[in-house]
Design a protein around this ligand. Structure first.
Ligand code: NAD
Length: 392
């Protein structure tokens, strides 16, 4: 553990998100923001001007020359894999943007490289930027589920369609919404946060049947609408509905258990708490029709003082300096990537998929999509707008 008060950090990928992280890092008292790597000279000039950091066009050179404690990776998804692996081989910790990778095989390679690096450097960290895990409502729901307040879980349904995007958004980056540049659409770009929260709260399903529409609302080749049906080993069922083509969108999570249901919608968390176990009533009530008595409670929860992206970076630095637990260990966040891949594969192959996913088979499928792509990306139009509008 370094004996100092600021973790020495660099950023790889100084685009919309990377420059946002740079602003956070420059503010944080436990971060010494020293280096930026990007492929574009203009972006490197910008970073140098704004923060006086050392700049590199090659991440390997940055890893070799700077004595970094950690890097934040904010490149397009495919590059997360080789950059993380190079960092772990150099003994440098990683905070990677979501999704961890475009395919689960890539994600698993990152975790394997982390495990190998950790054998050499026991303090090595691998964290993921799933900033929604800092949000008070998700933390409260997690606490209630873990305490067993709902009892046996019966159903979890997440309708998350407030990821509305225009064609201008998709035309603003050459890699966006293409099989070769991104490996998927809403499942990989907008929804990973929600899929991560879903699997964090209720665990991973064992079977998935899903339907997606490719380029239904936008001139893109990847999915912009998704409906998934999930079956869990414990008998619970789950649903995920997401879209980038709906407005006004919904953000509604229902988790039903034998002791009632939790609903989170429009910033409000409500617990419909039954007075008796519904499963007991089903099995033992002498009545044929029953009004199941329940209380309706508004649940309050504290919001963290430093949440969101900056909170995740502050926590990463704190973990590097003081050995604190990282909020989202990346090997755990990998579930959201597997689920995204499974949902897409199920819809493309029109069949139910069992988990764990055969990663190599999925990668072959993705490669087929890349090889057979006839989609021609319109001219990229760079748009300089407020990135914070993109966050939930
Ligand atoms: N956590 C969040 O809320 C959130 C929000 C938006 C984007 N993201 C994620 O952040 C990542 C980047 O998205 P973005 O919107 O900032 O993209 P972007 O296109 O605006 O920026 C990507 C940057 O990476 C650079 N780059 C590409 N390959 C590189 C390489 N090999 N080495 C160094 N630099 C390289 C590009 O030149 C570009 O400047 C994606 O994985 C995306 O999913 C996360």
């Amino acid at each position: 553990m370094p004996d100092k008060t600021r973790a020495k950090l660099g950023i790889v990928g100084y685009g919309s998100m990377g420059s946002n992280h740079a602003r956070s890092m420059a503010k944080l008292e436990n971060v010494d923001f020293v280096a930026v790597c990007d492929l574009e000279a203009e972006k490197l000039d910008e970073a140098k001007q704004a923060y006086g950091v050392a700049v590199y066009a090659d991440y390997n050179e940055m890893l070799a020359k700077e004595d970094l404690d950690g890097i934040v990776i904010a490149t397009p998804h495919y590059d997360h894999v080789p950059i993380s692996i190079a960092a772990f081989e150099a003994g440098v910790s990683v905070l990677v943007e979501k999704p961890l990778a475009a395919d689960i095989a890539g994600g698993r390679k990152m975790v394997a490289a982390y495990e190998a690096g950790k054998a050499q450097h026991p303090d090595l960290l691998f964290a993921a930027m799933f900033q929604q895990r800092t949000y008070g409502h998700w933390r409260k729901i997690k606490e209630l589920i873990d305490q067993g307040a709902l009892g046996k879980l019966i159903r979890a349904t997440y309708i998350i369609t407030n990821w509305f995007r225009t064609q201008t958004y998709f035309d603003s980056g050459g890699w966006r919404a293409t099989w070769s540049g991104e490996g998927g659409g809403v499942l990989l770009n907008q929804c990973p946060h929600n899929i991560d929260i879903f699997q964090w709260l209720v665990g991973m399903p064992s079977r998935v049947t899903a339907f997606t529409s490719l380029g239904k609302y936008h001139n893109i080749e990847v999915e912009d609408e998704v409906t998934a049906y999930m079956e869990f080993d414990n008998g619970m069922i789950g649903h995920l509905i997401t879209s980038t083509g709906e407005a006004p969108g919904s953000d509604r999570l229902e988790i039903v258990g034998e002791n009632g249901k939790l609903i989170f919608e429009n910033g409000k968390l409500t617990f419909f708490r039954t007075k008796e176990s519904v499963l007991d009533l089903i099995a033992n009530s002498p009545e044929r029709f029953l009004h199941v008595e329940h209380d309706i409670e508004e649940i309050t929860y504290p919001e963290p003082t430093t949440g969101n992206h900056i909170g995740i970076i502050e926590n990463f630095a704190d973990a590097l300096l003081n050995g604190t637990d990282v909020i989202v260990p990346a090997p755990e966040g990998i579930g959201s990537l597997e689920l995204a891949n499974v949902i897409l594969l199920s819809s493309l192959d029109k069949r139910t998929i069992d988990l764990p996913l055969d990663g190599e088979a999925y990668t072959r499928k993705l490669q087929e999509l890349i090889d057979n792509s006839k989609f021609v990306k319109p001219d990229v139009k760079s748009v300089d707008d407020d990135m914070s509008k993109s966050f939930q």
